[in-house]
Design a protein around this ligand. Structure first.
Ligand code: ADP
Ligand code: MG
Length: 661
């Protein structure tokens, strides 16, 4: 290419190039030539542009002005000035440009060529980018503030909840976070919770551990939300019931098991108390039902036994000692006696026995039965008593208390088939808060009878059921009525029974009866001397059961009494009204259809105010009678009775005292 060609090409480029091209004198900074692009970009005609200096055409947005660029141009061949320059536009406007300066060598001396590229679009894009960046930064800052706020809120929440919020590694079981309430829950600071992967399992109650560990593993494997209830051992040894709700949740550190622990000890205690109460109610209802049943059976049974035993006794009395039939009659009487005892037993645990309570001393009851108990216990068990001579008296039926002692001693004996030690003791105890019977008995002084053995003891399951009627662990040999009877008697006397026992460590039964004020107990009155003394008084006999009435009548007549009789209440009232002579005593059955014994006594008394009354019954539903017939002229005779016991009792009542029960 020739020089002319090159000049030609340069000129064409100058004319056609899209950048504004300005040629200037480096010494004066005057514009000497511009290309069409420069005219377009500035919006100014060529003559106007040729009157400007570079300082007027360009502006440095910062730093030194155009002059230093020209100075630089004198020393340098080419350089670029990328940013920070603007090109004047008509109308006091400026266009952002990038500059490239080149020194040219013309014949008249050096010239400067300045190429200015419009960078408006790029600037705008850059500005937008900057704005966008600033916006982004602002948003990030806002979000960070939000997150900080949220974290603070969460922390406040975690602190204010009445649950322990926790997070754990599902694989190892190690807690990775626990809320600050963790310390109040168990007494261990959060750091202790996080310290060991087995913290949770270690604190689990032994009875809950296997179940809960297995359940948790199962739920984690299935990825299931779950709820567990169990006990944790607190630092002070307390068992704390907790409700634990957990789920698997993603977290920055991988999947975590997250949940809450709530202290539900009080709720559990309330539930357990309610369950215990329901159980007791159930037991009471059962006892009530059995009692009704027993009462119903015993009523008929006692009448039958009165007849059987009555005639057996008459037969035995009538037959000469050497009569071979006498043995048979005695056997009938003996069996009848045992049947009568069994009936009494049935009634006692059904609490439907008529009590003949007197003020007595448990010490004296035990002391007077000691010889019999010793024989019962036998040789291979050592028997000891520790009796408090100053024991406060109680009010109870002596026959029943004897039964209680007997049943407890028999059980103790049976629990020691290969020997051991059996102790019966009495003492005064004060029941107050903290006493094991405090829930059952009012705070006060009680006389306590203790029967303890060194025998086989019992499991908790057995111990929970011993007082149930018919509950026995002795197979066909036991009746299961011994302790039910004890319970019935003691409850009916306003007391309570406690059991302490452990397998292999023996058993102690404690009977508590309310102490009563009053003088020393008198034992049961002695049997009147001699056989049955009779009398000549008139007796009104009221009994609905014909055979019983007949045997009673013949017993009374044999003893010399005049007898008028009635087979029901209204009949008795009519007989009493119609009888011309005196009536000294009413002997009446208690339980009769229609009008009961008490109503009969009251009605007869309206016409004959001073008349004495002897109630006869095996059982009663009458709560007043059940707690003992009132004092004064009224007395009570237990069915089944024999001709002799009836005659004796009638004599005693007529003579003033109520005689033996
Ligand atoms: P039974 O003696 O006919 O079985 P009880 O009502 O007297 O009926 O006693 C019920 C159960 O209570 C007994 O079968 C026995 O399991 C348990 N029991 C009672 N007393 C004792 C005792 N002293 N030691 C161990 N177990 C006893
Ligand atoms: Mg028994």
């Amino acid at each position: 290419m020739t020089t002319a060609d090159t000049q030609e090409l340069g000129l064409t480029l100058f004319e056609e190039i899209g950048d504004a091209a300005v040629v200037a004198d480096p010494d004066t900074a005057r514009v000497v030539e511009v290309n069409p692009a420069a005219r377009r970009l500035t919006g100014m005609p060529r003559p106007l542009l040729l009157r400007l200096t570079l300082d007027e055409l360009f502006r440095a947005d910062r730093g030194a002005g155009m002059a230093h660029l020209l100075r630089a141009l004198r020393a340098t061949q080419t350089f670029h000035a990328q940013d920070g320059y603007s090109l004047r536009r008509a109308g006091a406007d400026w266009v952002p440009v990038n500059l490239t300066l080149t020194r040219l060598h013309a014949e008249a001396g050096p010239l400067g060529l300045i190429l200015a590229r419009d960078v408006t679009d790029r600037r705008r894009a850059e500005d937008e980018l900057r704005r966008a960046n600033a916006e982004l930064e602002r948003r990030v800052a806002d979000r960070t503030a939000d997150l900080r706020g949220a974290a603070a809120t969460y922390e406040r929440l975690v602190h204010s909840l009445d649950v322990v919020v926790w997070e754990a590694d599902p694989a190892s079981g190690r807690f990775t976070f626990v809320g600050p309430q963790a310390e109040a829950l168990l007494g261990f600071p959060p750091a202790a919770w996080l310290s060991s992967p087995t913290f949770w399992a270690d604190r689990l109650h032994p009875d809950d551990r296997d179940r809960c560990v297995a359940l948790r593993r199962e739920h984690v494997r299935a990825g299931a939300d779950h709820r567990l209830e169990y006990r944790l051992a607190a630092a002070d040894g307390r068992a704390v019931w907790v409700e634990d709700r957990a789920r698997l949740a993603p977290s920055p550190a991988g999947v975590r098991l997250a949940g809450t622990l709530r202290d539900v000890t009080r709720r559990r205690a309330a539930e357990e108390a309610r369950a215990a109460l329901e159980e007791r109610l159930r037991q009471a209802q059962k006892l009530e039902a059995v009692g009704r049943l027993a009462g119903g059976i015993a009523h008929d049974f006692n009448n039958l036994l009165t007849v059987i035993n009555g005639y057996a006794e008459l037969l035995v009395g009538d037959l000469p000692a050497d009569d071979p039939r006498r043995g048979a009659a005695e056997a009938v009487l003996d069996a009848g006696d045992r049947a009568a005892r069994l009936t009494r037993q049935l009634l006692a645990f059904g609490r439907r026995q008529v009590l003949a309570p007197v003020v007595l001393s448990l010490t004296e009851v035990v002391a007077s039965a000691e010889g019999m108990l010793r024989r019962l216990v036998g040789e291979d068990v050592s028997f000891a008593t520790a009796l408090d001579p100053d024991l406060p008296p109680v009010e109870a039926d002596p026959g029943q208390i004897e039964q209680v002692v007997l049943n407890l001693v028999v059980n103790a004996r049976e629990a020691m088939p290969t020997g051991g030690a059996l102790t019966v003791s009495t003492r005064a105890v004060e029941v107050g808060p903290g006493h094991p019977a405090a829930g059952e008995l009012a705070p006060d002084w009680y006389a306590e009878l203790t029967v303890s053995d060194t025998g086989a003891g019992m499991t908790d399951e057995v111990r929970a059921r011993v007082f149930e009627p018919f509950f026995t662990t002795k197979g066909g040999k036991g009746t299961g009525l011994g302790l039910a009877t004890v319970f019935g008697v003691v409850k009916q006397s306003g007391g309570h029974v406690l059991v302490d026992s452990a397998v292999g460590a023996g058993t102690t039964f404690r009977v508590l009866l309310p102490a009563v004020a009053g003088g020393a107990a008198e034992g049961p009155a002695a049997e009147p001397a001699g056989a049955s003394r009779g009398g000549a008084e008139t007796v009104l006999l009221v009994e609905d059961e014909g055979q019983v009435r007949r045997i009673a009548r013949s017993a009374l007549e044999a003893a010399g009494y005049a007898v008028v009789e009635a087979s029901d209440g209204p009949g008795a009232v009519a007989v009493a009204a119609a009888h011309p002579g005196p009536i000294d005593l009413v002997v009446t059955d208690v339980v009769m259809p229609g009008m009961g014994g008490r109503a009969v006594a009251e009605a007869v008394r309206r016409g004959r105010p001073g008349v004495k009354v002897l109630y006869v019954s095996g059982y009663t539903d009458d709560a007043v009678l059940r707690h003992g017939v009132g004092g004064g002229a009224d007395a009570f005779l237990q069915k089944p009775f024999t001709p002799r016991s009836l005659a004796e009792k009638v004599r005693a009542v007529l003579d003033g005292g109520s005689g033996p029960a």
